[in-house]
Design a protein around this ligand. Structure first.
Ligand code: ZN
Ligand code: ZN
Length: 247
């Protein structure tokens, strides 16, 4: 009788150990965070005076005043950030004459299906300065005709917002700096890649590839680079000509 009692209590201990183990496994499975988006570390590089950046479900919303944190002739005389640029064929607008505000919503995780989507003549992304990025087109044609109006950092004001077409030298000049984020949720970097310290040689048709960056904590991630070919007579480089890879 005594032995039987011992046996049954031993069984009870064994059963409780087994249950403890299996419940541990269950709780590990319950820690499944798939689908819970987090704000990418690269957003820390954005101009906080101009931008408000937050998660909305699986999307990231980027609200910006569009006003950059660097000098340009397009601030207009009298502004603290006004820079004299006699060589620039000015458009009729200055920063304060236009509404430069833009809000974009992008996937927190780009949808890299292999499908590509062309860029439009409008904001194609938001730069770390807070201003818009545009592609290689201008209004009703190629950018060449409007290139004379681009300031020292590859930007101008068309009828709409202040925007960059070229390598924005105010914050990326032949380096691996973060340039901005495009509408497909993919980040755009300078002409060099942080993964190698030099110009990448494995870029696809969009100027993109998969490697680590200074914001990915050792993980490989798809991103674009500024096109490392002198564009037209500008002596500079196109920021992005498309197509998007992340829609
Ligand atoms: Zn333009
Ligand atoms: Zn790269």
């Amino acid at each position: 009788m005594k032995n039987l009692l011992k046996l049954s209590s031993l069984l009870a201990v064994l059963v409780s150990i087994f249950m403890a183990c299996s419940s541990d496994n269950d709780s590990t499975d319950d820690d499944d965070d798939e689908g819970t988006a987090t704000l990418h570390a690269a957003f820390e590089a954005f101009n906080t005076d101009a931008t408000t950046i937050y998660l909305d479900g699986s999307n990231v919303v980027i609200e910006t005043t569009g006003l950059p944190d660097h000098e340009t002739v397009y601030w207009g005389e009298g502004n603290a950030l006004y820079r004299e640029e006699p060589g620039v064929a000015l458009t009729p607008s200055i920063m304060t004459s236009n509404n430069n505000a833009v809000t974009i919503t992008v996937d927190a995780t780009p949808n890299l299906t292999g499908n590509t989507v062309s860029t439009q003549v409008n904001t194609i992304g938001i730069a770390v300065s807070g201003s818009s990025l545009f592609n290689d087109q201008e209004g009703n044609g190629a950018l060449d005709a409007a290139a004379a109006s681009l300031d020292w950092t590859g930007a101008h004001i068309g009828p709409g917002v202040y925007h960059y077409h070229l390598e924005p030298k105010a914050f990326s000049d032949d380096d691996d700096n973060l340039v901005g984020i495009l509408l497909d949720g993919v980040f755009l970097y300078g002409r060099k890649c942080n993964s190698t310290g030099t110009y990448p040689t494995d870029l696809d048709a969009s100027g993109g590839h998969t490697s680590t960056t200074q914001y990915t904590d050792g993980q490989e991630e798809y991103h674009y680079h500024i096109i490392n070919e002198i564009y037209s007579t500008t002596g500079s480089y196109l920021a992005f000509a498309g197509p998007y890879q992340g829609y």
